[in-house]
Ligand binder design. Structure first.
Ligand code: GLC
Length: 459
């Protein structure tokens, strides 16, 4: 196969240490072009039209891609995201940068969130009132490790460290009702896996007991895929966000009667990893790493005690309102390998699941990994998080396999993922049978994580 040094293609930007085929080199350049076209006013939006502002975990993944060739942009992506941080440490899931310029069309928009009812919301920039998974400390450390200017990277870590600390502290202070380090989410969108079958039982409970929900949910969510959500679901999503606003974003009040309170596997996994990485950052900067190591250990221990399902052999999210595990098997049920949470025998069980027909499909593993097991009732090959393949889940599983001693499987998944991108480009998500791209056609985190998968395979 013809090989080309990346430095032949773009000697200014890309490091020369990785050899890529011409095909992969072209994929890399196209990925970079997607990010370039979405970089507006110091931030990167996830997709033109569909997602025209700044999303929290998107920016975390996007900056991982930039870190390989543009350290300044990588740092700026996180910097601008943290401009939306609330005074209590909360990092909102959307920062409505360019709200006016983008025609104020995204819905729910700033006025729907009523964030002015919280004493902690920022006044200088509009934001949403919910969160997304905390990947940011992991991104910050990744930027440091790939920096060509170590001094600037170190200054950046010093600048970001108190903000990351405040963010994690918010989670352990406000979202940790049993003080066991298991953080709850209070809206399906906080998981990042918006309409996953994981939430079906909770949403059905809410639909079956409408008398328990105040009748204030009028309006609709524009710009979402009409086939991906039902009208009833939209009403419930809006109910939950209105409920938090009506409580003035007082977490104690919200907890009292919020019908959706879930300790999610993926969220808590990414938090464990982020705490491990924040501990590493603290050590680098000469600060005390122990608080972060403690948080990481506490959350991981509680995940093994409460979220591991020994009968099923995978991790399950926990419904705090019903006081029961949610026994639905999705790709993120195996995510804890990424933060080295399971013991080796638990990982082996999960790898058997992941490489079974439930996840690898009829075409002998041609396209993987569907976001939900094919054996689940709620599985659908084209509905958003109910079956389609998502690049960030593949990326997390690839790394999880790699750090858990499954190097061959990790490389297999990396190759499958790259093949999918070669076939269908940087779409938002992909049909797990045909490999067809779905949703937005140029999606930033698909491009950014492609860059990372292409260039970071040997680290
Ligand atoms: C979709 C995804 C969510 C992502 C957002 C912006 O809503 O479900 O995880 O953050 O798009 O890309």
């Amino acid at each position: 196969m013809t090989s080309a040094l990346i430095s032949n293609v773009d000697s200014v930007c890309f490091p020369a240490r990785v050899r890529l085929s011409e095909k992969d080199t072209s994929l890399l350049q196209r990925a970079k072009a997607v990010l370039d076209s979405h970089w507006i006013e110091e931030t990167t939006h996830p997709a033109s039209q569909l997602y025209p502002h700044q999303w929290s975990w998107d920016s975390g993944f996007i900056a991982m891609g930039y870190a390989h060739y543009d350290q300044e942009r990588a740092m700026q992506e996180l910097r601008s995201l943290f401009e939306g941080q609330w005074k209590n440490g909360m990092l909102p899931h959307i920062v409505f940068r360019n709200w006016e310029q983008q025609g104020k069309t995204y819905c729910p928009g700033p006025e729907d969130w009523q964030v002015e009812r919280s004493p902690y919301a920022p006044c200088h920039i509009p934001t949403s009132g919910i969160i997304q998974p905390p990947v940011h400390a992991t991104t910050a450390l990744h930027i440091y490790h790939h920096a060509h200017d170590q001094k600037r990277a170190c200054d950046f870590l010093i600048e970001l460290f108190p903000k990351l600390f405040a963010w994690h502290h918010y989670l352990y202070r406000e979202r940790n009702p049993e003080q066991d380090g298991l953080i709850y989410i209070r809206h399906p969108w906080e998981s990042g896996q918006d309409n996953s079958p994981l939430w079906d039982s909770v949403m059905q409970r809410m639909m079956l007991a409408p008398h328990r929900l105040p009748s204030h949910t009028h309006g609709h969510i524009r710009l979402v895929k009409a086939d991906a959500r039902s009208r009833e679901e939209d009403e419930l999503y809006l109910y939950l966000l209105k409920h938090a606003g009506d409580c003035g974003y007082d977490e104690a009040l919200i907890q009292r009667d919020c019908p959706f309170l879930v300790q999610d596997v993926l969220f808590n996994t990414l938090l464990v990893k982020a705490n491990q990485d924040l501990a590493a950052i603290a050590t680098l900067l000469g600060f005390d790493a122990q608080p972060f190591e403690y948080w990481a250990r506490q959350t991981a221990t509680s995940m093994n005690a409460k979220l591991w399902n020994p009968f099923e052999g995978f991790y399950t999210s926990y419904d705090l309102v019903a006081e029961a595990q949610i026994p639905v098997c999705v790709a993120s049920s195996f995510a804890p390998m990424y933060a080295r949470i399971p013991r080796p025998e638990q990982s082996s069980e999960m790898v058997s699941h992941l490489f079974s027909s439930a996840f690898q499909g009829h075409s002998l593993g041609k396209w993987a990994v569907p976001s939900c097991s094919r054996q689940e009732m709620g599985f659908s090959p084209y509905l958003y998080w109910r079956g389609p393949i998502w690049m960030n889940l593949n990326w997390i599983l690839h790394h999880g396999l790699r750090v858990s001693g499954f190097a061959t499987e990790a490389e297999h998944l990396r190759q499958l993922t790259l093949r999918l991108l070669h076939r269908s480009g940087f779409c938002e998500y992909f049909h797990p049978d045909s490999g067809e791209g779905l949703g937005a056609t140029q999606y930033s985190w698909s491009a950014a994580l492609a860059i990372d998968l292409l260039l970071d395979c040997s680290s």
